[in-house]
Design a protein around this ligand. Structure first.
Ligand code: SAM
Length: 247
């Protein structure tokens, strides 16, 4: 991705509560499920953004949490939230790429990635990130997925162009099994998780004028289209949490 687009993304998202669909309750729901199954002492949050879920991970587990993102501005916002909450010792920040993770193999009890695995692809993440898990460690990702077998062609075409790995929940679970993980669960993000993301984004879109800046205008138009598609066709897809365990 070129630097101009990265700057546009950083400027647009840095003061928003989150950078993708999600909710604190959904994060806690998945986390509670795991915390009943084993001790969690070392956590990696990949694509943490400004850290809506990182803060929950830090507060709820009491573990050391490594939070990683490629956008320094997002990490700066997370740093300030972390310090205000007294979690400076618990949450460490890493400005790095998710395909060059600067950690030793088998060093985490839990790897978390909300709304970010699509940047590399679901298959890539499961294949490469799992190596960093201790045996018996957990991987939790949220990923956009189809909820129905049949759907309007326009919608299929739109998402095939934007994220070719989008698939049915059943196909994702099958992939989890084929990649050697045990499936612990999969659940749909409640509608509030989309509102938490799209409402602040829509307010920002209303306030911004991209005319005179072609790259910004293209970026704003793409988000508007994504939101329009969601409003029209949300019965056919959703974000899902996938919870899996390395044997
Ligand atoms: N997890 C946060 C949330 O749910 O609010 C952020 C989700 S946002 C949709 C995706 C995040 O992944 C962004 O913060 C982005 O900067 C980060 N990201 C994208 N590609 C990345 C890469 N190659 N390496 C590291 N971080 C990346």
């Amino acid at each position: 991705m070129d630097q101009q687009l990265l700057n546009i993304i950083a400027d647009f998202y840095r003061d928003l509560p989150r950078q993708g669909p999600g909710s604190t309750r959904a994060t806690k729901w998945a986390l509670n499920r795991i915390m009943e199954m084993g001790p969690i002492e070392h956590v990696l949050d990949i694509g943490c953004g400004t850290g809506a879920q990182t803060m929950v991970l830090g507060q709820e587990t009491g573990a050391k949490v490594e939070a990683l993102d490629r956008v320094q501005d997002f990490l700066d916002v997370l740093k300030s939230k972390r310090d205000k909450q007294g979690l400076a010792d618990a949450i460490r920040l890493h400005h790095a790429q998710m395909d060059k993770l600067p950690f030793e193999a088998e060093s985490f009890d839990l790897i978390w990635s909300e709304g970010a695995i699509y940047n590399m692809g679901f298959t890539y993440g499961l294949k490469n990130w799992g190596k960093l898990l201790k045996p018996g460690g957990f991987l939790v990702v949220s990923e956009i997925s189809w909820t129905t077998e049949s759907r309007p062609q326009l919608l299929t075409d739109y998402w095939n162009n934007n994220y070719p790995e989008m698939d049915l929940v059943s196909a994702k679970v099958r992939l989890i099994e084929m990649m050697g993980y045990s499936t612990i669960g999969a659940f749909a993000l409640p509608a509030v998780g989309w509102r938490n993301y799209y409402e602040p984004v829509s307010q920002k879109l209303d306030a911004l004028d991209g005319s005179g800046n072609a790259a910004l205008q293209t970026f704003l138009d793409q988000i508007k289209t994504e939101i329009n598609i969601f409003n029209e066709y949300k019965q056919y897809y959703n974000y899902f949490f996938y919870i899996m365990r390395r044997p």
